[in-house]
Design a protein around this ligand. Sequence first.
Ligand SMILES: [Zn+2]
Length: 395
Amino acid sequence: MSRASTPVIDPVELTRDLIRIPSVTPADEGAMGVLERHLTALGFHCRRLAFEGPGGEGVHARIENLYARRGTASPNLCFAGHTDVVPTGPSEQWSSQPFTAEVKDGVLYGRGAVDMKGGIAAWVAAVSQVIAEGEPEGSLSFLITGDEEGPALHGTKRVVETLAAEGEVIDACVVGEPSSSQHLGDMIKVGRRGSLNTWITVTGKQGHVAYPERAANPAPVIARLMSRLNDHVLDDGYEGFPPSNLEITTIDIGNPATNIIPAEAKARLNIRFNPSHTGDGLIDWLNREAGAIQGETGLQITLDHLCSGEAFLTEPGVFVAAVQDAVEAVAGRRPEASTTGGTSDARFIRALCPVLELGLVGQTMHQIDERVPTAELETLTAVYRRVIETVFERL
Ligand SMILES: [Zn+2]
């Protein structure tokens, strides 16, 4: 690939091209193909990784993913993102149609503008500029999924498993999620709390309230268990994270009668946890507590758990500092390294390498009139370019 033949890509036009494809999760509609064509022209070796299986609500899904790499030298700096978008909501409430990618007064409207077709386009544009300057001192790669906004079962998780099994080395990864809070570059995300949901069922025996000896009431048993779980202090926090928190989200018996002891009581809880815990460790604790109450009361207690992501933290170090320095040099502000927010695909990538999130201002993500000033796409491109250069200098 000679330098003269590689195109320099306009981030605004590429964002618009991507927005015009209605890739509402899990549909691809050709979004991955647009990226693949651009990356191939830039000298990337592109691999489509399609995975299928039960998706949201058990409906069979086939998900398009892409891993593209340019060069074999190390370090290998990866950009991760997703081409799928959330549904538009009522399109008549939009100022312009969500998939026409209209620019009005310097602002680009459309579903995916900030989350995160704009971020993908900016990194592609930055890469095209870096390559136009000369051969980079390392490899560049893209890990793009079409399954981030949905159940995320056949996307980044499976691509990461495939790459790990093949021994592919990625040295650092930037996820292009809209991490900025108020102004471009004011925040990067360097970790996330983990999340565990637990469903609890206490089984008793129905009977007349006047004859409690003939029944077994699950209501006081679930009350005792929930109270004990709620009173337990999980930890005092972890470097950069608030204390882990257990929240009881519902307690249900739904007994309409005044003279019946109910047969069953259900409850549900969510734990947002910092890196002082693992999902399995918390599940063991919950099972032990339930087992103890079951022993005390004789009523059967069953628990079902779903850990949707482990907590992680990318420790301060060369990579995080390089990104912070690059952002500060271009955007004029040093980003706060934050661990706030929900989960992202960074939770899967952490198994491969240090990972952080850096992208546009997230204010309008998932909303009606999702939008981005075109000037911000240009600035993000300059930020990303500087990130690539700085990481290649220091890693
Ligand atoms: Zn996103």
